[in-house]
Design a protein around this ligand. Structure first.
Ligand SMILES: [Zn+2]
Length: 184
């Protein structure tokens, strides 16, 4: 994939027509608080999210997470797609985060054209329920901690651009998969 402006805008056009359920930065569901769900509803939402994420990946070749508000549902559910594996997080709660932070240029499916530098805690502890109803509590570091915080923010009505370090919002200009975490 060529990450120049022309391809970026072509892909954006395809996203608008081929993935109409995907909400974009500025649309109301992305800026409101979500609520907890029962397991069955959580599973159904996770399936819809997986289908949307896979369509997005077909167009852009990237996309490692998506949260319910991004398809217009104010529910506490998100999925991640890492190493060809989908993980479902129902009613997640971040219970702890480190004081230590790092930096990363984040892209969001809901702001397909733009990315920005964002500072976040290096590690977090999160509880959630998976699609089988099993409860989990785990501590995550580095990239996974960042991905989970990005998706969790969506449930709080916060899109990554809201947290951008001033002056760093820009058109995507290289492969997002080449981005690396940077120390503060
Ligand atoms: Zn996002």
């Amino acid at each position: 994939m060529n990450w120049n402006l022309e391809t970026l805008f072509e892909n954006f056009q395809r996203i608008r027509t081929e993935i109409p359920e995907l909400k974009l930065f500025g649309e109301k569901p992305l800026h409101s608080q979500s609520e907890d769900v029962m397991l069955e509803e959580g599973k159904e939402i996770a399936e819809k999210l997986t289908s949307t994420l896979l369509k997005y990946r077909e167009v852009t070749g990237v996309g490692r997470g998506i949260a319910a508000p991004q398809i217009g549902l104010q529910k506490n559910v998100f999925i991640t797609y890492v190493n060809d594996e989908v993980q479902t997080y129902i009613n997640p709660v971040i219970t702890k985060h480190s004081d230590e932070t790092n930096f990363y240029r984040e892209l969001c499916m809901s702001s397909s054209l733009m990315w920005a530098d964002i500072e976040r805690p290096q590690s977090i502890t999160m509880t959630w329920t998976d699609e089988t109803g099993k409860d989990h509590g785990e501590t995550f570091d580095d990239f996974i901690a960042r991905l989970l915080q990005h998706e969790y923010d969506h449930l709080k009505g916060c899109v990554c651009l809201d947290k951008a370090i001033p002056g760093t919002i820009a058109f995507v200009s290289s492969n997002p998969l080449d981005e690396k975490l940077r120390k503060g």
